[in-house]
Design a protein. Structure first.
Length: 298
């Protein structure tokens, strides 16, 4: 969805909170979400046909906005400024790697989206969380009958994303962290999600593994729907988007620290193929006992 994430539609973010300070700062690799226009730094990429793209330069990661006292309902924009002078503690660069995984009916395309970050100074954080998100055009979701399949242990849950209302099974969300028909916090025991579009009569899926990167732990995922971001009419699908956010958090009570020039990275794997091909890799899209599946909606 080309308007969100400063036009990137596929972004890496991180949030931090200093020791003995409740304020939470949000840094976006593709920034501009809290402002009416896109901003950011340019970079030089090398493309390797069939293998991926790599950025050459490190870009400063400026704080996009902050939540005073940890209140996510209160957001203060910090960027852009005249010289992008908001708080900056890290710099980063992305790379995207492509490979093929043979299956019985062809190949699944594996896409690894990695973002590396380098510390500009010695630092330590009480909260340090990494997120990778992508945004989907609501009109495209409707036209392609988009569905999401969430795998938790040996069960698969189906969500229809192309419908006017968003209904999510009650047993897979944290009830205290939802806004009905708008934002849902998915449980931390989620194993994978598969998004399936119908394109020219053929189903195409994208499966996403949930991240596992010690010393961090998977903090759950958010599934959001926005209806009036770009216009007032919620029934005009061009005015909104659907977004999926996958989180890693430092473990409770563990301080995250970096020395100057330390380099770390965060990546997620995406698998593209037909549902049958993805099923061979363990990403199932067959729902058992559909009639017993209940959900929150409006």
């Amino acid at each position: 969805e080309a308007n969100s994430a400063a036009g990137a539609a596929w972004q890496t973010s991180y949030i931090i909170s200093a020791i003995n300070n409740l304020d939470i700062y949000v840094f976006n690799q593709a920034a501009g979400n809290s402002t009416p226009f896109a901003w950011g730094y340019s970079n030089v990429f090398s493309a390797y046909p069939g293998k991926g793209i790599v950025a050459w330069d490190w870009n400063p990661i400026c704080a996009d906005h902050m939540h005073p006292n940890g209140d996510f309902g209160n957001s203060i924009a910090l960027c852009p400024t005249g010289k992008y002078s908001a708080a900056t503690f890290l710099e980063g660069r992305p790379r995207i790697d492509l490979s093929k995984i043979p299956v019985s009916t062809g190949n699944v395309i594996k896409i690894t989206h990695e973002y590396s970050y380098r510390a500009l100074e010695n630092q330590a954080w009480d909260i340090f969380a990494l997120e990778q998100a992508f945004y989907i055009d609501r009109l495209v979701a409707k036209q392609s009958k988009l569905k999401a399949y969430l795998g938790i242990y040996n069960k698969v849950y189906e969500i229809f994303l192309g419908e006017p209302d968003l209904s999510v099974p009650t047993e897979i969300v944290y009830e205290a962290e939802i806004i009905k028909n708008k934002s849902y916090k998915i449980r931390k025991d989620l194993n994978y999600v598969v998004f399936v579009w119908n394109i020219s009569g053929k189903d195409i899926g994208v499966a996403i593994d949930m991240p596992k990167k010690p010393p961090y732990e998977f903090g759950g995922a958010h599934l959001n729907i926005e209806r009036t971001v770009y216009g007032r009419d919620p029934n005009n699908y061009s005015n909104g988007n659907i977004s999926w956010h996958t989180w890693l958090f430092n473990r409770n009570g563990v301080i995250t620290s970096f020395s100057k020039d330390d380099i770390s990275s965060y990546s997620l794997d995406y698998y593209v193929g037909t549902p049958a091909q993805l099923n061979e890799l363990g990403y199932r899209t067959t729902v058992q006992n559909k009639k017993k599946q209940s959900g929150y909606n409006k």
